[in-house]
Design a protein around this ligand. Structure first.
Ligand code: IMP
Length: 178
């Protein structure tokens, strides 16, 4: 089946406003005396992460690291299998960690990752997601910072892809059948 871009669900302006609000919440929670490691999950969350960290105040102690995991093939259903392709560069033991993910759908990817990162004994671990497809949850995931709750429809743009495509869109759009 072929797919094409549908309507805009979240415009660049709406996203940008919400990203600033989330950054304010994070800045309030951590302040300038609590160093934080922001862990982005490649590839999708890289776009959201770079925007959100640049909204954090200059006097916050912020480090950035990335991990690459995969739970999706070329279709729109989670396989439930999470593979790690690229691990963090630095240890998170004793550190305050914020995991940044583009979207939580079934929750399988994040719950697996959280378990794995908790096992490395960070001082604290919080989760920040841009989008939450809450209706699709198969396993409970604690989301501390959430951009938007969205309906159960496939979306692309602002880092989110369909079969590797459309990550570069500034707005988030639905994908529809051609
Ligand atoms: P989960 O394990 O089912 O929660 O899936 C999370 C992952 O599924 C995300 O990191 C995305 O890569 C992918 N995903 C889920 N829904 C969408 C969507 O609507 N558009 C693009 N990717 C999605």
């Amino acid at each position: 089946m072929a797919y094409k871009l549908g309507e805009v669900i979240l415009s660049r302006e709406t996203i940008s406003r919400r990203v600033k609000e989330l950054a304010d919440e994070i800045a309030n929670d951590y302040g300038k005396n609590k160093p934080v490691v922001v862990v982005g999950i490649l590839t999708g969350a890289a776009f959201f992460l770079t925007d959100i960290v640049r909204e954090l105040p200059e006097d916050m102690d912020v480090r950035v690291d990335f991990m690459s995991v995969a739970s999706y093939g070329d279709n729109t259903e989670s396989s439930g299998v999470v593979r790690i392709f690229h691990d963090l560069k630095s240890s998170i033991e004793g550190k305050h960690v914020i995991v940044v993910e583009d979207i939580v759908d079934s929750g399988l990817t994040l719950s697996h990752l959280i378990g794995l990162l908790e096992g490395r004994h960070p001082a604290s671990l919080k989760v920040c997601v841009l989008l939450d497809k809450y209706e699709r949850r198969k396993t409970e995931v604690k989301v501390d910072y959430c951009g938007f709750r969205i309906p159960d429809k496939f979306v692309v743009g602002y880092g989110l892809d369909y079969a590797g495509k459309w990550r570069h869109l500034k707005d988030i759009k639905y994908v529809v059948e051609e």
